[in-house]
Ligand binder design. Structure first.
Ligand code: FES
Ligand code: FES
Length: 236
């Protein structure tokens, strides 16, 4: 009897389960039945974001994959039927290779006790699957549901800012400052138009000692290397 069978994907693996309690949340299923304990139970009521996972579905009307962040503590596991779930274990690990999102939050000192970190990582990861080059506004909005008791947020946001389109401008200005006119990038020095903000003021540079991290040491992200959407879900 397939009508009572829950079928969905977790980290690319197909799950078929006929023995489901309809009261179980996705978080309970992940942590208790699958022993995927990277997704954390914080408040259990949708307020902290520690349980954030990415849920993906295929939209037949537009022929596109849609990704969105979900609080696994609120979502009934049965609501995942026909969908694909990605948890923090599905994107990278210290045993194999960290995903650039995981690497950047670590190198930017955005993880202290670490309890909020998987949720932070999955909110950022989902945003990048939605918008490969998000704006700062989109970044800030994506983190409205994630709380951290330790870091004061600055290192988390600074680290993740390196994925935004604004960062490319900042990065370009520091390249100009580093290279100056010696390699012919620009002979205008601080008057270079790329070093001005919208008000005509020079974008201030930070002393190396003020920087939380050296972004040059980050592994670049290649969208083409993300796990593929389960092809079967495009057919059924
Ligand atoms: Fe806090 Fe889910 S555990 S939002
Ligand atoms: Fe401790 Fe965020 S690092 S709650």
């Amino acid at each position: 009897d397939t009508s009572s069978k829950l079928v969905f994907y977790i980290n690319g693996k197909k799950i078929e389960d006929s023995n489901i309690d309809p009261e179980w949340t996705l978080l309970h299923y992940l942590r208790t039945k699958l022993r995927l304990c990277g997704t954390k139970l914080g408040c259990g009521e949708g307020g902290c974001g520690a349980c954030t996972v990415m849920v993906s579905k295929f939209d037949r009307s537009t022929n596109t994959e849609i990704h969105f962040p979900v609080n696994a503590c609120l979502a009934p596991v049965c609501s995942m039927h026909g969908l694909a779930v990605t948890t923090v274990e599905g994107i990278g690990s210290t045993k194999q290779k960290l995903h650039p999102v995981q690497e950047r939050i670590a190198k930017a000192h955005g993880s202290q006790c670490g309890f909020c970190t998987p949720g932070m990582v999955m909110s950022m990861y989902t945003l990048l699957r939605q918008y490969p080059k998000p704006s700062m506004k989109e970044l800030e909005e994506a983190f409205q549901g994630n709380l951290c008791r330790c870091t004061g947020y600055r290192p988390i946001i600074e680290g993740f800012k390196t994925f935004t389109e604004e960062w490319e401008v900042i990065h370009a200005t520091s390249q100009i400052r580093t290279n100056g006119s010696s390699n012919g990038v620009c002979g205008m020095g601080d008057k270079c138009c790329k070093l001005q903000n919208g008000n005509g003021n020079v974008i201030p540079d930070k002393e190396p000692s003020d920087r939380l991290f050296e972004a040059n040491h980050f592994t670049p992200r290649h969208p083409s290397q993300e796990p593929i959407f389960p092809p079967e879900l495009k057919l059924s």
